[in-house]
Write a protein that binds this ligand. Structure first.
Ligand code: FNR
Length: 381
């Protein structure tokens, strides 16, 4: 379709090389928001390693395999999806575009791919659910310290039609992020990303004064209860008891943690280092993926994120053992540059490139990709 539009001389409004979106967003928005989105932990080495680990793996295409009929659809935890792709939870999207989460969610819904709403969204979960119509919605939980708020979030998410619970384990504390520190820019401290909390009955009950009367105190309460560094594996029983749909643990990098997830009755893991935003110096997500897939691939849904920028990256992650892939920053930049249409553009580009990459590599479905289809260049070459 993009090529055919080219026949009429119409060029896309945004570049089809998604790696260029960051630079365009940086030109459009001030350094604060872009620093927050593009930035990562410490010296940025994990973020770079995520890209290098994917780039080091190269696809070995196979020829003469009749690739006329192709089908990107997959089944994740028993649910059919048109492609092995979902939008990752990215909080505080209103710093990028006033249409924020509902716009991103609508774009995902239009393609039938899941949208993962962040706990730290700038729009309450019920409003986003409403914007999505029948679209597949997942809810990402930053597991609040207050058990009543946690229970309330789960109840609200269920009532609003979110099917899967994505529990982020890698953020019991916010990491050392120099770009935000140097600009003294943290959206939460400005009250952005608090929508689910400020609309929550249990959260409000814990405040000394109503949010409207003392928003600063409400923000500090939010910061204090946002996460709990004291949680351990047995605490997962609480989630299992309070959520009757699939539960996916996000931020798993060690195969033993993946095994522990299976033993705790979880349904899946997301192999992720939060886009390099938490542990500076952490293993690249693509380097962690094969061992996790080997450990639990037959028992759990294995999802992957951190560094995906192209359809070829998605194909590589699938070949390394992922059942599906989440995409973070690229759609956030799409939103910043062109609202819902920008997110639509990003999804379209990724799916079209995945389709062509599969076909040109000799595959007609994601399920036939294996590690045999990749070579690995040693690090540093
Ligand atoms: C994130 N991510 C994230 N993860 C999560 O579980 N809850 C959240 O609220 C957020 N918020 C968030 C904000 C911003 C600005 C970014 C860039 C990322 C992490 C996200 O879900 C995902 O793991 C990474 O973005 C994946 O890496 P890429 O695709 O950005 O390289």
């Amino acid at each position: 379709e993009i090529y055919l539009n080219g026949l009429t001389g119409a060029v896309p409004r945004l570049p089809t090389d998604l790696t260029r979106l960051e630079e365009l967003t940086a030109r459009r928005l001030g350094p604060g928001p872009v620093g927050y989105v593009a930035g990562s932990a410490g010296d940025g080495s994990t973020d770079r390693a995520n890209r290098t680990a994917l780039e080091r793996r190269r696809i070995v295409p196979r020829m003469l395999r009749d690739v006329r009929e192709r089908d990107l659809s997959v089944s994740l935890s028993g649910r059919p999806l048109p492609a092995p792709v979902a939008l990752a939870p990215v909080g505080v999207l209103s710093i990028l575009h006033p249409d924020a989460e509902p716009a991103a969610a609508r774009a995902a819904a239009a393609h039938g791919i899941p949208y993962t709403l962040s706990s730290a969204s700038s729009t309450p979960m019920e409003e986003v659910a409403e914007a999505m119509g029948e679209g597949e919605r997942w809810f990402q939980l930053y597991w609040p310290k207050d058990v009543e708020v946690a229970r309330s979030f789960l109840r609200r998410a269920k009532a609003a039609g979110y099917t899967a619970l994505v529990v982020t384990l890698d953020t019991p504390l916010l990491s050392w992020r120099p770009r935000d520190l140097d600009q003294a820019y943290l959206p939460f401290l400005r009250g952005v990303g608090t929508a689910n909390y400020f609309t929550d009955h249990a959260f409000r009950a814990g405040l000394a004064k109503p949010v409207e009367e003392d928003p600063q105190a409400a923000v500090m309460h939010f910061v204090a209860m946002f996460a709990d560094p004291g949680k351990t594996w047995p605490d997962l029983e609480f989630l299992r008891a309070n959520w009757d749909g699939p539960i996916v643990l996000k931020g798993v990098l060690h195969p033993d943690d993946a095994r522990a997830a299976a033993e705790a009755g979880m349904d899946g893991v997301v192999v992720s280092n939060h886009g390099g935003r938490q542990v500076a110096g952490a293993i690249a997500a693509a380097d962690a993926l094969p061992a996790v897939a080997d450990a639990v691939g037959d028992r759990l849904t294995v999802l992957f994120d951190s560094g995906v920028r192209t359809g070829a990256d998605i194909a590589k992650a699938l070949a390394l053992g992922a059942d599906g892939v989440l995409v973070g920053r690229p759609y956030a930049y799409g939103l910043a540059l062109d609202g819902q249409a920008g997110v639509d553009h990003v999804i379209r580009c990724l799916l079209a490139e995945l389709d062509l990459t599969l076909a040109l590599s000799g595959h007609t479905t994601p399920s036939t990709l294996t590690r045999e289809d990749l070579t690995e260049t040693p690090p540093g070459t």
